[in-house]
Design a protein around this ligand. Structure first.
Ligand code: F6R
Length: 234
């Protein structure tokens, strides 16, 4: 596992971009993508670049269940807004949170991942160590699945919605097992409020109490951190 520490999220985003750029130059065809505030500086670097993604496939980590894709809080919307409208991919997959049968959609998504093996997976991390919507307690070999959001996640996301009751109660997320199939993983974290999760992920035991600590069992993981997120590493 490699740990790279940068001054701030702008330098971190540029470093993540450079890794993706050289990955593509070396034949990467499928990128695994995340939403949230963390990858925005990376996506800004991607949209500002002259790199062409129109021969690549992207596979996103997760989506809310029941939120129309036109809703500005949906992850479909986020990805269009921050990346796909400016830099279209040949094919972009985001889990179908509007499927009538979410369990079937989850199974179908793992088939998509198997057919499009992810060369480089981008991850953010939650303050409790979650990756995707895999909260503490999630199995390290779990497949894509329907997730019941914890009250703390609902509370954290309530700021993006008019009312707390508008926050979706379920999501569909790649499981840790699906994520671990990626050939390379780039976990990005910025800010002091991620420092405990980063320390537990990198220096603690691999335990389902800290979902990201599963990455200790992966052969090709790079952590892109800013100084604040790295501040508790020994
Ligand atoms: C996003 C995702 C989440 C976020 C995590 C960090 O697709 O799966 O695990 O990466 O919640 O979110 P931010 O980047 O907003 O701090």
């Amino acid at each position: 596992m490699k740990v790279e520490i940068y001054k701030d999220k702008n330098e971190g985003g540029q470093a993540a971009f450079n890794i993706i750029k050289s990955g593509i130059e070396n034949g990467a065809q499928v990128l695994g993508l995340a939403t949230g505030s963390t990858p925005i500086t990376l996506y800004n670097a991607m949209t500002a670049s002259d790199l062409d993604f129109s021969n690549l496939t992207s596979v996103n980590l997760d989506e809310y269940v029941g939120l129309p894709i036109e809703n500005d809080q949906s992850y479909h919307y986020f990805m269009k807004e921050h990346l796909f409208n400016k830099k279209p991919f040949k094919k972009s997959y985001v889990p179908d949170g509007q499927a009538a049968d979410i369990e079937a959609a989850a199974k179908d998504y793992d088939r998509i991942i198997d057919e499009n093996p992810i060369d480089i997976q981008i991850l953010g991390i939650g303050r409790n160590g979650h990756i995707g919507f895999n909260e503490p307690g999630s199995s390290f070999d779990g497949p894509t699945h329907k997730v019941s959001l914890t009250q703390s996640t609902i509370d954290a996301n309530a700021r993006f919605f008019e009312n707390e009751s508008d926050v979706p109660r379920y999501a569909i997320s790649m499981g840790i097992g699906s994520i671990m199939k990626s050939k390379n993983i780039l976990l990005i974290a910025y800010g002091e409020d991620k420092a405990d999760a980063i320390k537990a992920t990198i220096e603690g035991p691999a335990t389902t109490d800290v979902p990201a600590s599963a990455l200790q069992n992966h052969a090709n993981v790079t952590f892109i951190l800013d100084e604040a997120a790295a501040s508790k590493l020994s």
